[in-house]
Design a protein around this ligand. Structure first.
Ligand code: AGP
Length: 591
């Protein structure tokens, strides 16, 4: 949430910063601003999108500066509340990502000592506090200021006294991009790819002083060295590449990504059973789409290995589960690797002594640094707010993880090998049927409420379909276990509230048919998404989308792709901002 960027070098900072801000808009796009320094500070900010600000063509000379794209948390969306913030001396300037819980007390104190505030935000206190401590050394001043903050933060500060950017982090990310005679700072790697693949991820507690030809990092007042990492992502990976939206491009990348994942053999990842009889398998945690992948992962792991698995929302996992259960491993799923709730929950489990595994799409991200073991989903950078390729990559990665465990039926691995190999081509067949999805999607877009149903491993897909619809079409959609309809949700159904039914090929098939009949008996429109071979459904459902048939454990991957296409085309027909839906940010870095 919120993207912050910085540049120091010999190029015109304005152009570099605006380009980086555009790349980070998925972290927030309520308002934006930037500051550059030539002799004094030039600062421009507005409650607008980055491109609109760039189109203003303002004069902002200077070869170092900072920028910000905001997801409002404290203070409404106005120009005054946009970042960067300048302190009273018009010299200390900061951009912040995070949540300062004690800002009201700090603000009162600073106001009492004469500081004048221009915004309602929590962030502005950091500028005034830094100014309060500033005596010619910005590293010292920002270091003292952030010691007073309660809550997660990533801050970049500048002062026209020195051609230097100073960054401080605690709980929110900052990556330093390393160049020759120039360096960059950003909340996330995609902002850096155009310039460099060499990066350093700052650790909590770090203060970095970044100049054009030097980077110094301090922890607890001492100079420390942090490992350089090389990011293998190409700059084109974050571009639309001729597609109308990043979401559509990312949907279409799935066959290639899945081909790569299945070619990779997952090595043993689960530690031995050190808790003996009291052990309770593995726990999967995540938020949003990653949580839905956890729900599917639970079924995949249990069906393949017989090892018990549980899935929990990271947002609801406050307790250290060790008090009641001993898990052999706690697996945190996070596309971004920065979701504060998932990182915090996994960290609590780690501190309680559990073995932790991160399943993430972003090498070097926070979750990968806190877990004992990392398994990368390798879907490449995902820029659209709605998770698509990362979700199916998580499903296939979890299947691989299941296959790397001692299997209940070793022959099962052989059956799956052929089906896995055929999966990318089958997925491609779905993506090639754009018209069928677009037509069903236009029909769906005419409703105000939609209920998505599934059973077994298709329940997570129904939940994911509802989430996709909510996120990008703003249609109220709910995912519901098909068997639960009769226990309440059926009361919502009517000829103007349709059902999307995800049919499985496993033992849940008959029950799904019963659910569809019950729904149809009440005059409710039904769109069935089913494997080929279910042509008879055309007599029962109003619309049917048939998908290639595969192994029951792989069918959800195909169903997820169909759900993504439906949501995408529904949003397209409603003319909505698909890649940047209202109120949402891709990386949720505050709890
Ligand atoms: C998915 O479409 C959403 N944008 C959202 O639910 C997301 O999956 C969630 O915020 C978790 O993100 P993560 O995977 O990066 O942790």
């Amino acid at each position: 949430m919120c993207g912050i960027v910085g540049y120091v070098g010999s190029r015109q900072a304005k152009t570099v910063l605006l380009g980086m801000m555009l790349r980070l808009e998925y972290r927030g796009y309520d308002s934006c601003g930037l500051a550059t320094v030539e002799t004094g500070v030039n600062l421009v900010k507005a409650a607008t999108r980055v491109q609109d600000l760039a189109d203003r063509g303002m004069e902002m000379p200077g070869t170092y500066g900072i920028g910000h794209t905001r997801w409002a948390s404290v203070g409404t969306v106005t120009q005054e509340n946009a970042h960067p913030f300048m302190a009273c001396d018009q010299a200390v300037v900061i951009a912040h990502n995070g949540n300062i819980k004690n800002f009201a007390e700090l603000k009162k104190r600073l106001e009492n000592s004469g500081h004048q505030f221009s915004s309602q935000t929590d962030s502005e206190v950091i500028a005034h506090l830094t100014e309060e401590y500033y005596q010619g050394d910005l590293v010292d001043a920002l270091g003292k200021a952030v010691k007073e903050l309660d809550g997660p933060f990533a801050v970049i500060a500048l002062h026209p006294d020195n051609r230097r950017l100073v960054a401080a982090v605690n709980g929110c990310p900052i990556v330093i991009g390393l160049g020759e005679g120039e360096n960059w700072l950003a909340s996330d790697v995609p902002a850096l790819l155009e310039y460099t693949g060499r990066v350093i991820h700052l650790e909590d507690g770090d203060i970095a002083a970044v100049e054009a030809d030097s980077v110094k990092i301090y922890a607890k007042g001492r100079l420390v060295s942090r490992a350089n990492q090389t990011i293998g992502w190409a700059p084109e990976a974050v571009a639309r590449a001729g597609y109308q939206h990043l979401m559509l491009k990312e949907i279409h990348e799935q066959p290639r990504i899945i081909r790569n994942i299945i070619q990779r053999k997952q090595s043993a990842w689960l530690p031995g059973d050190s808790f003996g009889e009291t052990t309770c398998g593995v726990l999967l945690i995540g938020c949003g789409s990653s949580y839905h992948a956890c729900l599917a992962g639970k079924i995949l792991i249990e069906r393949l290995s017989g090892i018990q698995a549980n899935a929990e929302l990271a947002t609801e996992l406050f307790d250290v589960t060790g008090s009641t259960r001993r898990y052999r491993a706690v697996i945190g799923l996070s596309q971004s690797g920065e979701t504060a709730d998932t990182c915090a929950a996994l960290d609590r489990q780690r501190q309680a002594g559990f073995y932790t595994v991160a399943v993430s799409n972003v090498p070097g991200s926070r979750i990968t640094r806190l877990a004992e073991q990392t398994i990368l989903t390798d879907a490449g950078p995902e820029m659209s707010v709605a998770a698509t390729k990362s979700f199916t990559a998580q499903l296939v990665t979890l299947l691989n993880m299941g296959l790397a465990l001692p299997l209940k039926e070793p022959k099962r691995a052989l059956d799956l090998t052929g089906e896995l190999r055929a999966l990318p081509a089958r997925l491609q067949r779905i993506l090639d049927r754009e018209d069928a999805h677009a037509s069903a999607a236009r029909w769906l877009a005419s409703f105000k409420n939609i209920i998505c149903i599934g059973r077994g491993i298709f329940l997570p897909i129904a939940l994911e379909c509802a989430l996709k619809l909510k996120e990008i079409t703003y249609i109220h959609a709910e995912g519901c276990a098909a068997g639960e309809l009769k226990h309440g949700t059926l009361a919502l159904l009517s000829p103007v509230t349709p059902v999307i039914a995800f049919m499985g090929t496993d033992e849940t098939r008959a029950q799904m048919l019963t659910a569809i009949r019950e729904v149809k008996a009440r005059g409710v429109p039904v769109l069935a998404i089913a494997p080929e071979g279910e042509e008879d459904l055309e007599d029962l459902a109003d619309r049917v989308i048939l998908l290639p048939r595969t192994d029951p454990l792989l069918q959800p991957v195909l169903a997820a792709a169909a759900a993504q296409m439906l949501a995408y085309h529904a949003a397209l027909s409603l003319n909505l901002p698909i890649d940047n839906p209202r109120n949402l940010a891709k990386s949720v870095t505050v709890e």
